[in-house]
Ligand binder design. Structure first.
Ligand code: S3P
Length: 439
């Protein structure tokens, strides 16, 4: 039985300081890098969610020890060639595209075939995009219907370097190829459309053999074989994608103010801030700090009453890719018609999110015009909802669930939203943070 929640009342008049959990992209990358370090790595504020536990279970299956002491996680890396590849291993990426794609790049040297499976949502997502470049290194990959999980990967001890053009703006594909390149002979050259760059920054911090030239639309990355590296002690900053729900909630609620502490604002992730500022959201960044190649800051946001539509620049698409659903809620309340285009990647997520965005907005009474890769949203600054809205069958996509809750709290109406447990993949205490705002 899917667990439903009902939201019947708007939220307003809050003035709080909150923290949201650790960044998901950084948490999964920390787990994977630490599993290959020479020695023990420690993380504080690691995101404790299903996606990250799936990553931990994956490295455990590859013979790596992991311990927890209260909130501190330790990973006992056995070196870059320290995975124990038993016969007939099955790895389960569950709901996580990041884990599913990144781990493939790391197991390319397995002497035995390895099977990778995932949940219903992940099994509908495209893995050809990563099987194609990995095959060029010299591994064999068998996919279901040539595109989907389950996958069987047949590794090789003798991988060759490749030239690869990453044209989707996918950090998962780019990162997976970087990992495979670190296991290959020679120098791999990657031309990658701009996307989040945590893998590169962590690699640089760990002094791995990677060079990056940044140009306007593409990064040019050179990667050579890795032999060893030191453990990585990391204090994981909060996740801007989880913060996004609360930024929008505050902007759209009456008489409210919020500070979100120590959020990772890497420019390749903070497109939401640029977009919302240009729509008139009252948002500022305080206490900016550099941390191990990343930038973190406190985000302060206030009720924002005169919102304007945006013709969203496409170069911000990958920097805000996980935040568009909540950005669309701001567009629903802005004056004028907002236009978001070249967003085909949004339909490649845990559910086809562009399709879901249209469904939710239309249920709210907001007019939209959608194509396969774009959406026009006809905003209404006086939007109030007075009806019953039911949201179900969204492939348990955590961001659809949380966006629906935020819409209910901002615009009113009586919402019944299924699959509450979906939040466990990225933000298990989401509803608890909301109840803190009501206190
Ligand atoms: C992620 C990359 C993005 C993003 C996902 C996390 C990552 O996916 O949507 O939530 O950690 O590398 P793509 O690489 O498919 O764009």
């Amino acid at each position: 039985m899917s667990k439903k929640i009902t939201v019947k009342k708007k939220i307003e008049n809050f003035n709080k300081i909150i923290s949201v959990p650790g960044d998901k992209s950084l948490s999964i990358r920390w787990v994977l890098f630490s599993s290959l370090a020479n020695g023990v790595s420690t993380a504080k504020n690691l995101l404790f969610s299903e996606d990250v536990f799936a990553a931990i279970n994956t490295i455990k299956k590859l013979g790596i020890k992991v311990t927890f002491n209260k909130k501190v996680c330790k990973i006992y890396g056995k070196g870059f060639n320290g995975y124990r590849y038993k016969k007939n291993i099955i790895l389960d990426a569950k709901n996580s595209g990041t884990l599913g794609r990144l781990i493939l790049g790391l197991i390319v040297n397995s002497p035995h075939s390895i099977k990778l499976v995932g949940d219903k949502s992940l099994s509908k997502r495209d893995f050809k995009r990563i099987a194609d470049p990995l095959t060029k290194f010299g591994v064999k990959i068998k996919l279901k219907k040539k595109r989907f999980l389950p996958i069987t990967i047949f590794g090789s001890p003798n991988l060759k370097s490749i030239n690869y053009i990453e044209n989707l703006g996918s950090a998962q594909c780019k990162s997976s190829v970087i990992f495979a390149a670190m296991r290959s002979n020679g120098k791999t050259l990657i031309k990658a459309k701009k996307s989040r760059n945590h893998t590169e920054l962590l690699s640089k911090y760990l002094k791995l053999p990677i060079q990056i030239k940044r140009k306007k639309y593409y990064d040019y990355i050179k990667v050579s074989k890795v032999s060893k590296f030191k453990p990585l002690n990391y204090d994981i900053p909060s996740d801007i994608s989880s913060s996004a729900f609360f930024i929008v909630l505050t902007a759209l609620s009456k008489n409210s103010k919020l500070t979100i502490k120590n959020v990772n604002i890497n420019p390749s992730r903070s497109g939401i801030i640029t977009i919302l500022k240009s729509m008139g959201v009252n948002i500022i960044l305080k206490n900016k700090k550099k941390y191990k190649g990343e930038i973190n800051a406190d985000i302060k946001v206030k009720t924002s009453n005169s919102l304007k539509a945006i013709n969203c620049p496409t170069e911000l698409n990958s920097n805000a890719i996980d935040e568009f659903l909540v950005i669309f809620l701001v567009a629903a309340k802005a004056k004028g018609v907002s236009y978001f285009k070249n967003l085909e990647e949004l339909n490649q997520k845990e559910s086809p999110r562009l399709i879901w965005a249209e469904k939710i907005l239309n249920k709210m009474g907001v007019k939209t015009v959608t194509t396969k890769n774009s959406i026009k949203i006809f905003g209404n600054p006086n939007l109030v909802i007075n009806k019953k809205i039911i949201i179900s069958n969204f492939l348990k996509d955590h961001r659809i669930f949380m966006t629906s809750v935020i819409a209910a709290l901002c615009f009113g109406g009586e919402w019944t939203i299924s699959d509450k447990d979906s939040i466990n993949t990225s933000f298990p205490n989401f509803l608890k943070v909301i109840s803190e705002l009501k206190k």
